[in-house]
Design a protein around this ligand. Structure first.
Ligand code: ADE
Length: 240
């Protein structure tokens, strides 16, 4: 199955951008995913091709018009009715690896990129539009966030990543950050690769990696660590 990405934006020239090279670029050439961009401005209804207007109630910035965006979404849905629609916004639910994995297993995704102050809220009423944030930072538009979301999905598509195991051991897949890595030279500026990694004892190496992952998660991401500890204390329902 080909993963169909559709991006609604005022700046289609930002795509594929970084997704045109390396892993994602090759995967696209191989037909593992497709990219359609939709210029939101093409759905403007006035002579001046206006896409935004001042916020109701006053305030700074401009807001994307619901009538224009709605027409653009209808157009995208006509080609990909089965793909979930995601609006990139700092007001959205934080993106997780779990959500990315679910998206990558589906038919694709249709992404709305906001600019200015954001979307007219009515775009979310009566439509299954999921609001997603890529973190507690404010970007000048949703495009870089859309590129991040797509990158995270594409690398998980079947046949895109070289070694299948690199997907299941990495950060967040088991609720922890990934363990630290080393490669040659064995000694560099007086610092050596931990002895255990050179021991050839696979059980010891696995135990060391697990321990390091726990230490790092605990100190760097207490929020993840707390969730991990809670999950260990309460095994999934149904487990005996
Ligand atoms: N647009 C602006 N900031 C954003 C963020 N943090 N996440 C998703 N889309 C955005």
């Amino acid at each position: 199955m080909t993963f169909a990405a559709t991006v609604l934006t005022l700046y289609p020239e930002m795509f594929p951008g970084p997704l045109g090279v390396s892993l994602a670029g090759r995967a696209r050439e191989e037909g593992k995913w497709t990219l359609d961009t939709v210029q939101i401005r093409d759905f403007a209804i006035d002579r001046h091709r206006t896409v935004d207007d001042t916020p109701a109630g006053g305030g700074a910035g401009m807001v994307l018009r619901v009538d224009v965006l709605s027409a653009a979404i209808d157009h995208a849905l006509a080609s990909h009715p089965e793909a979930p629609v995601i609006a990139m916004t700092p007001r959205g639910k934080p993106l997780t690896q779990e959500r990315v994995r679910a998206l990558a297993e589906g038919p694709g995704v249709t992404i709305l990129c906001g600019r200015f102050e954001g979307f007219d809220e009515r775009i979310f009423a009566g439509r299954a539009v999921e609001e997603v944030s890529i973190g507690d930072i404010v970007l000048s538009g949703g495009e870089p966030a859309a590129l991040m979301l797509l990158d995270a999905c594409i690398r998980l598509l079947p046949g895109v990543m070289g070694a299948p195991s690199s997907g299941s051991e990495e950060s967040f897949e088991n609720g922890l950050l990934e363990y630290p890595h080393y490669t040659r030279p064995v000694e560099w500026e007086g610092r050596t690769i931990p002895e255990v990694l050179r021991s050839g004892d696979h059980a010891k190496i696995a135990a060391w990696r697990k321990h390091q992952a726990e230490i790092d998660t605990r100190s760097r991401r207490p929020d993840l660590w707390e969730r991990h500890v809670d999950a260990r204390a309460q095994p999934a329902s149904g487990a005996q």
